[in-house]
Design a binder for this molecule. Structure first.
Ligand SMILES: *Cc1c(COP(=O)(O)O)cnc(C)c1O
Ligand SMILES: [Zn+2]
Length: 390
């Protein structure tokens, strides 16, 4: 078996089909062990415009074709210039996915993998979009699905999940209480944990964000990726993706990652500023950006290491800036939910920071300069559709 889970702490290996979600020896997070990937350029260009065009870089047995019954055509989302004035800044329109958020990347790959492994039922917890995506693909794959969401989740997202036939469990309390309820269901039951946080296959889906950008830019990496970060699925996935492209000799250098958090819930930004290796859990003091309001990100060590490895940085934006960014995007024709305006708000914050030049941190200053430099290629995702918000 070339696809193995490996403990990020002690190196213990596991069969991915086992219903284990963290290391049985030490409790560490599981990763997918490196496996050989390849990019058959002549083939990729001829295939349908979905993320499955990179299937030799996805963790499936060569003979497995079940994904064809699971896919809804997700991926290869448009990459469009922000404006004529800022043509070097490209927006990746992730809200044009089948369930209206980028989480379809992870969910399509994870659920197809669950199907290949013979899984009959899954459990997931989410602040909304991941739950919607997992519910939709599970329905398509004929897999029973239970989704745990915080009671405060947008009613529209809850309806969307229920419409796919999933059992919705709305949990009062914090996002962490919801995660706990899902874990209890996994431990007591016989379901596979289709977690976008713990399950390594989800990141195998989100890594295709990197492959698409590389292809859409004519076979090169951008200079800077601006990304929202909560649990890190759109940081770690693209990080793995660009690393694979680098190892395969398809790009010459890694793009720098500028991650953005909402000021009201920013444990990663605080750890980054402190120079810490892990995030210290915070109390969420409130933000409209419900999709990234993660007070205790489980993969914080990996996220911080990945961002530092790209010579990147993490900044925060207040809710007023998120709302301004949402309106500014709408004024350009793009209607997104508040969480999906965070990355663009981060870009706008860089424009301000570059003017005031007030940052003491040298590395962050150089990153900000790069983001506002019109000769650099910047990519910003619009992750979720505006009509999802209450
Ligand atoms: C999930 C999500 C994010 C951030 O993803 P994390 O994995 O929590 O970092 C950003 N925007 C939207 C719209 C999302 O649904
Ligand atoms: Zn371990």
């Amino acid at each position: 078996m070339i696809f193995r889970f490996v403990c990020s702490e002690c190196g213990q290996e596991y069969e991915p089909g086992s219903f284990i979600w963290r290391c049985a020896v030490c409790g560490g997070l599981l990763d997918l062990a490196d496996f050989p990937v390849c990019f058959p350029l002549n083939e990729i260009g001829k295939r349908a415009a979905t993320l499955w065009r990179y299937r030799e870089a996805l963790p499936f047995d060569e003979a497995y074709e079940g994904w064809q019954g699971v896919t809804m055509g997700e991926g290869l989302t448009p990459l469009v210039p922000l404006s004529r004035d800022r043509a070097n800044v490209a927006l990746k329109i992730e809200y044009l996915m089948p369930t209206l958020s980028f989480k379809d990347r992870g969910a399509a790959v994870l659920i197809a993998k669950a199907q290949e492994l013979g899984v009959r039922s899954v459990v997931a917890d989410s602040s909304g979009n991941a739950g919607t995506a997992v519910a939709a693909y599970a329905a398509r794959a004929g897999i029973t699905c239970d989704i745990y969401v915080p009671g405060s989740t947008s009613p529209k997202k809850i309806k969307q999940i229920a419409a796919h036939g999933a059992s919705v469990h709305a949990i009062e309390g914090t996002r962490e209480d919801t995660a706990q309820a899902a874990l209890e269901a996994v431990e007591q039951g016989t379901s596979y944990y289709a977690s976008h946080i713990y399950n390594p296959f989800f990141y195998q889906g989100t890594k295709t964000y990197a492959f698409e950008i590389w292809e859409q830019l004519g076979g090169r990496a951008p200079d800077v990726l601006v990304l929202p970060v909560g649990n890190g699925t759109l940081v770690l996935g693209p990080y793995y993706g660009f690393k694979e492209l680098l190892r395969a000799g398809m790009i010459e250098k890694m793009p720098r990652f500028l991650a953005v958090q909402a000021e009201g819930c920013a444990p990663l930004a605080q750890a980054f500023e402190r120079g810490g290796d892990v995030a210290v859990p915070v109390v969420n003091t409130g933000t409209e950006a419900e999709g990234i309001a993660i007070a205790a990100p489980a993969r914080s060590r990996q996220i911080l290491a990945a961002i530092r490895d790209t010579r990147g940085g993490i900044i925060t934006v207040p809710d007023t800036a998120i709302e301004d960014a949402r309106l500014a995007l709408a004024a350009q024709g793009f209607y997104v939910e508040p969480t999906a305006a965070v990355a663009y708000a981060g870009f706008q914050a860089c424009l301000d920071l570059a003017n005031t030049n007030s940052h003491e941190d040298e590395k962050l200053t150089s990153l900000v300069q790069e983001v506002v430099d019109r000769s650099k290629q910047i990519v910003i995702p619009l992750c979720g559709a505006g009509l999802k918000a209450a």
